[in-house]
Design a protein around this ligand. Structure first.
Ligand SMILES: Nc1ncnc2c1ncn2[C@@H]1O[C@H](COP(=O)(O)OP(=O)(O)O)[C@@H](O)[C@H]1O
Ligand SMILES: [Mg+2]
Length: 254
C-alpha cells in the first residue's frame, strides 16, 4: 500500500559491514515510513545503527539488502554514482554535528554553496542567500568566517546551507550535540518553523530527550533494530521519552 503522504519508505533494510575477520550486522530488517512534513527523532544506544541508517537514507552508503522508496518508487541505481549524487542534490539536506563549514569561506558563501553546485544563476543565489541569512538571524555576521562565530551561530550557518535548496528531506546527526540548552532550543524552533513553512520531512538522530520532544514521533533503536516507538502528542512528553530511552540504555530489549 502506498500513501501519497509518505515520502520515504524504508523496507526491510539490513546492513552488514564485512572485512577481514569481522562481520557486523549494523542494521537488521528495519522498516518504517517517513511522512511528508514529519519530524522523526531517532534515539538509541551507541552502535545501534543510527548513523548507518542516516548514511543509507542519504545515499552515502548502500544497504546490504532491502530497499528505500522515494515517493513510492524504487530507483535501482540510487546508491550508485552518478544517481546517488543526483538523489542527494535534489532531495536531501544534511546537518552534521561537526558543522562541516568551509573555513576560508564567509557565512554567505558557505550558505550559497549548494546553489553554486547546482549551477543556479547569480541573482537567484543572491536573493535566496539573503532570505536564509535573515531567517537564521545571521544578518550581522554574513561576512564573517566560521572561526569568528559561536557554536550556535555556526550551527545556524550549517542549517541554512542544508535548507537553502528547500530539500524535501533533512537528515541530521546529533545536530545540537555541541550546543547549550538555550541555543539548542532556539535552533530546534527554527527547524520546526522551517518544516512547517516548507512541509519538509526531518529525521534527526539524537541522544537528547529534549530534542526528541520537538519531534512528531521517536524511533528507538537497539542492536540495529527498531525496538520501540513513541508518538508525541504535545510538547512536554519528556518523561515518557526518557523512560523509553532508559529502558533501551539498560538493554531491556533482548
Ligand atoms: N564502516 C564501518 N565498518 C565496520 N563497522 C562499522 C562501520 N560503521 C559502523 N560500523 C559498526 O556498525 C555498528 C553501527 O554503527 P553506527 O551506525 O555508527 O551506530 P550509532 O550511530 O548508532 O552509534 C557498530 O557496531 C559499528 O561499530
Ligand atoms: Mg552515530
Amino acid at each position: 500500500m502506498q500513501n501519497s503522504d509518505v515520502i520515504l519508505t524504508v523496507e526491510n533494510v539490513s546492513k552488514v559491514y564485512e572485512g577481514e575477520g569481522y562481520s557486523v550486522n549494523a542494521l537488521n530488517n528495519v522498516s518504517f515510513n517517513l511522512l511528508r512534513g514529519e519530524f522523526v527523532a531517532v534515539m538509541g544506544t551507541s552502535g545501534s545503527g543510527k548513523s548507518t541508517l542516516l548514511n543509507i537514507l542519504g545515499a552515502l552508503d548502500a544497504p546490504s539488502t532491502g530497499s528505500i522508496k522515494l515517493n513510492g518508487h524504487v530507483t535501482k541505481e540510487m546508491f550508485l554514482e552518478p544517481m546517488a549524487s543526483y538523489y542527494r542534490r535534489e532531495n536531501i539536506g544534511f546537518i552534521f554535528q561537526s558543522f562541516n563549514l568551509l573555513k576560508d569561506l564567509s557565512v554567505e558563501e558557505n550558505i550559497a554553496l549548494p546553489l553554486i553546485l547546482k549551477g543556479e544563476n547569480k541573482e537567484i543565489i543572491s536573493s535566496k542567500v539573503s532570505e536564509i541569512i535573515e531567517l537564521m538571524g545571521l544578518t550581522n555576521w554574513k561576512s564573517h568566517r566560521p572561526v569568528q562565530l559561536s557554536g550556535g551561530q555556526q550551527q545556524r550557518v550549517a542549517i541554512g546551507r542544508a535548507i537553502i535548496t528547500a530539500p524535501p528531506i533533512v537528515l541530521a546527526d546529533e545536530l545540537t550535540g555541541n550546543l547549550d540548552f538555550n541555543t539548542s532550543n532556539d535552533i530546534l524552533q527554527v527547524l520546526v518553523n522551517m518544516k512547517e513553512r516548507f512541509n519538509q520531512s526531518m529525521l534527526v538522530v539524537t541522544h537528547d530527550p529534549n530534542v526528541a520532544t520537538y519531534a512528531d514521533r521517536v524511533l528507538f533503536f537497539h542492536d540495529g533494530e527498531i525496538v520501540d516507538e513513541y508518538r508525541c502528542n504535545q510538547k512536554k512528553d519528556m518523561d515518557e521519552i526518557i523512560t523509553k530511552f532508559k529502558r533501551i540504555m539498560e538493554k531491556q530489549y533482548t
